[in-house]
Unconditional design. Structure first.
Length: 115
């Protein structure tokens, strides 16, 4: 039953993104931004954790998790220091950003993009 619930939740998220791409004709960057904002919204109304537990961690695969960790970083920063610093906001994302930059660099070196 665990695999079925995880498959259904992941499939619904993928289906909603695919509908935005195919039928609404949004660009992939717009869809990715909406998905991150959806994760921020879920964390703001405290629905991310129940859905995460129900789907057995499926949400951590999607960009929704990036929105969740951004919002979680903001909440932790506000609890520790009332004045927000940029380093505090992105402290949870530094490893993810570094991996993305390294992969992008090696991809551009390996495939030599045109333009």
């Amino acid at each position: 039953m665990t695999y079925i619930i995880t498959f259904i939740v992941g499939g619904l998220l993928s289906l909603s993104c695919q509908i935005l791409l195919d039928y609404v004709k949004w660009k992939p960057t717009n869809v990715m931004t909406i998905v991150v904002l959806f994760g921020i919204l879920l964390e703001a109304v405290h629905l991310y954790e129940p859905i995460y537990q129900y789907s057995n961690g499926m949400l951590s695969v999607f960009l929704i998790h990036v929105g969740y960790t951004l919002m979680n970083g903001i909440e932790q920063q506000l609890l520790n220091q009332p004045f927000i610093s940029m380093v505090g906001l992105f402290s949870l994302h530094i490893p993810q950003i570094m991996v993305a930059l390294i992969i992008a660099f090696f991809t551009s070196v390996w495939f030599s993009p045109k333009g």
